[in-house]
Design a protein around this ligand. Structure first.
Ligand SMILES: [Zn+2]
Length: 132
């Protein structure tokens, strides 16, 4: 079973790589996104290379699959463009989460430094408690 699926996965990966290369070469990128009414599936709007001004393709996210409405039988550049878009969005979210973690750590260190200063403030104010 695993020997039968491994080559297929390799083929799909290379198709995806080619689709991403085509999307980058043609400048095909996600221009809009939203959710389907009812199913709430995420959908992405990608311009068609045939007529980028007036013709669009819709790529749906169904579980772990990207489904495009175009006629391509291989991984199309529309799915490649959405895949790239999702990777970039995930990287941006991860970077933002790291920034939030750094800020929380900064706040924790500041609070710890403030707490360490309290005996000094108490002493400077002649034993009067300074709540400011
Ligand atoms: Zn497509």
């Amino acid at each position: 079973m695993s020997t039968a699926t491994a080559p297929r996965r390799t083929v799909e990966r290379s198709q995806l790589e080619r689709a991403i290369e085509r999307a980058m070469k043609l400048g095909v990128e996600v221009m809009g996104h939203g959710r389907m009414k009812g199913s709430h599936q995420r959908v992405y709007l990608v311009p068609s290379q045939r007529d980028p001004e007036r013709h669009w393709h819709i790529v749906r996210v169904a579980g772990n699959r990207l489904i495009c409405d175009c006629a391509s039988r291989v991984v199309c550049c529309h799915r490649g463009a959405v895949h790239m878009h999702l990777i970039v969005a995930a990287a941006e979210q991860e970077a933002h989460a790291a920034q939030i973690s750094a800020e929380l750590e900064h706040e924790r260190l500041e609070a710890a430094a403030d707490a360490a200063d309290e005996p000094m403030r108490y002493w400077l104010n002649g034993g009067e408690w300074d709540a400011s």
